[in-house]
Design a protein around this ligand. Structure first.
Ligand code: C2E
Ligand code: MG
Ligand code: MG
Length: 714
């Protein structure tokens, strides 16, 4: 059984007999149900049409004193999509023509209509109205899309040699809607002369059917005279023989594109990625079950590739890496180059577990095992991956990025080609770090630091030649905090600079104060620790010089302690920096010597005065025979290279005796004294009673050699 179609019809007819006639005819039509409304004047018709619409209007040509034509004109001019069929009493060409001009769907002569004719006329009118309304909607949709798009549109009629340029197309070139002619020249005259040939070749290749589509990047001249990069895409329309008769496409302004995409790899850049991440997080906020994962990738030792094989190889490697990574992604995943050798991947709509992310991380490490061949060099590269999932604790871009970053550093610390997912413990630690940063800033502002001074002794004469300044932090709510708890963090955050300046100034000021108490103390020196970050800062020498001037301390009384690893990390710059410092006249000491990887030979290239043997060697001296040999060898070698040797961490009389036997020059450690508060150091200096001109302090500074003389309750 077929369902009958139902159509609503308005009949405007002043003659009741004609109404009956039409009604009967409609009733005779088999497949359609007509709901007929009848009005007998144009005024009535207008008022009805204000409130509702009909599928069709049947309109008498003469209604009383008025003409149906007037009403029809109004209906059409108001953009009404209701088709209207005009009914007349006469059959003449003139009326027919007028009806068509005004926009009637058809025109029928009353006395002669039969059911079949009426049915056919209605069917045509209604179908045509529907088709044209669908077409109109689609045109409107297209116009809206073109308006909303950032791209310009063009449509080239190859036979007429005219091109339609959309307003957006013209505005990309800086022109108004009416400004450019619709000729091909309007376009081609704006192309950069160096790009013209390439452009033409690409066009012709596509027109000849040699390429599936047109796609070309080139420079185009803006009305202002400057060139901008743009991208044209296009597709030809062909006749039955394959000959193109029309080609249409888009114009994309790449200056905007450039802001959002990485030039080298073409991947989204940091800015676009953060924007996408923010939107994705919006979705998670709207739907608590929506989960996403962020992967942070950092390539291990990428700098080595750049430094050893050059930047060109480095760049090609990044392109190749990007392609390998892209091949692993599902549709919808976003891969971005965040800068340098850092990449990020966003996975959306995953399970509650990090499995999708860890699987991907595994596959990344797997595909990176294959070497890359750039310029015939096989290059092996690993990456460390940090994974973070959104959670109630991390719902914003910053915390998610921070979590992924923290996890990535954890992965790096674990070694090559690792991945680590951010977890609760890391979250707590991250919170702790955040608190620490706030507290440290507070500490700097409120001057919560103080220095302890650990005596350094000349081993051949057992007298104090100076002190090492060691920082402590008097936290307002905790015990005094040792430097190992905050120095490396201060380095990461850059807070080491104000802290380091304070230590230098305070240590120099204190020593100068002691020196001024007695001429006997003028030979004393102070050792200050300089961190990795300080060493790499370009103005270290200037800072040191200005502090020496401010405090009035002679340069030779200041020793800077620099660790072996800090030098190794700054190898390229270290020689210059150490040279500048040396020219100031300050002493340079290598701290914690022996635990790093540098050789004495390598250090010899730098103007070093003293090696401080790390306490781990001193501690093990008595226990492991090998360590005895190491300490002895270091002393002998250092001497042959013209350096002094200081042993740190001396805790026992045996250690002291051995070091003396090895001809070690200087020593420092609990056996002699713990790091001392200022007053204790003052007392020590006063108690020594005699000038520090090379005369002996009685034996060691302790009454009982096994108990440190000055224990400090810190
Ligand atoms: P360091 O420069 O090697 O300092 C020697 C460390 O060994 C000090 O620890 C000192 O208290 C400790 N020590 C001294 N004698 C003995 C001993 O006989 N046995 C043992 N086991 N340890 C001994 P402290 O004061 O905790 O400092 C630790 C590290 O923190 C320092 O190692 C230094 O690298 C860094 N540091 C200290 N103060 C500063 C500073 O003002 N600036 C910078 N950048 N780093 C500092
Ligand atoms: Mg030190
Ligand atoms: Mg040390």
């Amino acid at each position: 059984m077929t369902v009958k179609e139902s159509l609503t019809v308005l009949l405007v007819e002043d003659d009741e007999d004609d109404f009956v006639l039409v009604r009967d005819l409609l009733e005779d039509i088999q497949d359609t149900d007509f709901q007929l409304d009848w009005v007998s004047s144009t005024a009535e018709a207008r008022s009805v049409l204000q409130h509702r619409t009909y599928d069709l209007c049947l309109l008498d040509y003469h209604i009383g004193p008025n003409s149906g034509i007037e009403l029809l004109r109004d209906i059409v001019s108001q953009g009404d999509r209701m088709p209207a069929i005009l009914l007349t009493g006469q059959n003449d060409r003139q009326t027919d023509l007028m009806a068509m001009q005004v926009g009637a769907a058809d025109y029928l002569v009353k006395g002669t209509i039969d059911t079949a004719q009426l049915e056919r006329s209605i069917r045509y009118a209604v179908d045509r109205a529907r088709t044209s309304s669908a077409l109109k909607r689609s045109e409107e949709r297209y116009a809206l899309a073109a308006q909303g798009s950032h791209d310009g549109l063009w449509d080239w009629d190859l036979q007429a040699q005219t091109i339609y340029y959309s307003p957006r197309w013209k505005s990309i070139l800086g022109y108004g809607e009416t400004e450019l002619p619709d000729s091909p020249e309007a376009w081609f005259n704006h192309i950069h002369p160096e790009d013209c040939d390439r452009f033409q070749t690409a066009f012709e290749a596509h027109l000849r059917g040699q390429t599936p589509s047109l796609q070309i990047e080139y420079r185009i001249r803006h009305q202002s005279g400057t060139y901008t990069w743009c991208l044209s895409r296009g597709l030809a329309v062909r006749d039955a023989e394959g000959k193109a008769y029309r080609i249409a496409g888009s114009l994309t302004d790449l200056s905007r594109h450039r802001i959002l995409y990485d030039d080298l790899t073409g991947l989204p850049n940091r800015r676009l990625f953060l924007d996408q991440l923010d939107r994705a997080l919006d979705r998670t906020r709207q739907n608590p079950d929506y989960r996403l994962a962020l992967l942070f990738l950092d390539f291990d030792r990428f700098k080595l590739v750049n430094d050893s094989l050059g930047h060109w190889v480095g760049d090609q490697l990044l392109v190749a890496i990007s392609q390998r990574l892209e091949a692993l992604l599902r549709p919808g995943d976003i891969l971005a180059r965040m800068g340098g050798d850092e990449y990020a991947i966003l996975l959306e709509n995953i399970d509650r577990t990090p499995i999708a992310a860890t699987t991907l991380a595994n596959r990344i490490n797997q595909v990176l095992k294959q070497p890359f061949y750039i310029d015939r060099h096989p290059i092996y590269i690993n990456c460390s991956i940090g994974i973070a999932l959104n959670s109630p604790d991390s719902q914003d871009v910053e915390s998610l990025l921070r979590n992924a970053d923290t996890a990535m550093y954890r992965a790096k610390a674990l070694g090559k080609a690792q991945f680590v997912a951010f977890d609760r413990e890391m979250h707590l630690e991250a919170q702790h770090q955040l608190q620490l940063e706030t507290d440290l800033q507070q500490a700097i502002a409120c001057n919560q630091f103080y220095l302890l001074y650990q005596p350094i002794l000349n081993l051949s004469g057992n007298y104090v030649i100076g002190f090492e300044a060691l920082i402590r932090w008097q936290h307002p709510t905790r015990d005094s905090i040792a430097p190992l708890e905050f120095i490396s963090f201060a380095e990461e955050t850059g807070l080491i600079f104000p802290i380091g300046d304070w230590v230098l100034r305070e240590a120099c000021r204190q020593l100068r104060a002691w020196q001024q108490q007695s001429p006997a103390f003028e030979g004393l020196a102070i050792s200050v620790n300089v961190s990795r970050r300080q060493l790499s800062s370009p103005d270290l020498t200037e800072r040191v010089a200005s502090i020496l001037i401010q405090t009035g301390l002679p340069a030779h009384c200041l020793n800077l302690e620099i660790t072996e690893t800090a030098i190794a990390e700054n190898l390229d710059k270290a020689a210059a920096v150490l040279g500048q410092l040396k020219s100031l006249g300050v002493g340079l000491h290598i701290d914690d010597f022996g635990i790093g990887q540098s050789s004495l030979q390598c250090l010899h290239a730098f103007p070093i005065d003293t090696l401080k043997i790390d306490k781990s060697f001193v501690r093990q001296m008595g226990e492991r025979h090998g360590d005895n040999a190491i300490v002895q060898a270091i002393v002998t070698l250092a001497h042959s290279l013209g350096m002094e040797v200081l042993a740190e961490g001396v805790e026992t009389v045996e250690q002291r005796d051995r070091l003396q036997a090895f001809q070690c020059d200087l020593a420092q450690g609990y056996y002699f004294a713990r790091p001392l508060h200022v007053e204790e150091a003052c007392a020590l200096l006063a108690e020594s009673g005699r000038p520090f001109d090379g005369t002996l302090v009685d034996g060691c500074l302790s009454c009982d050699p096994t108990v440190p003389a000055y224990s400090v309750a810190s």
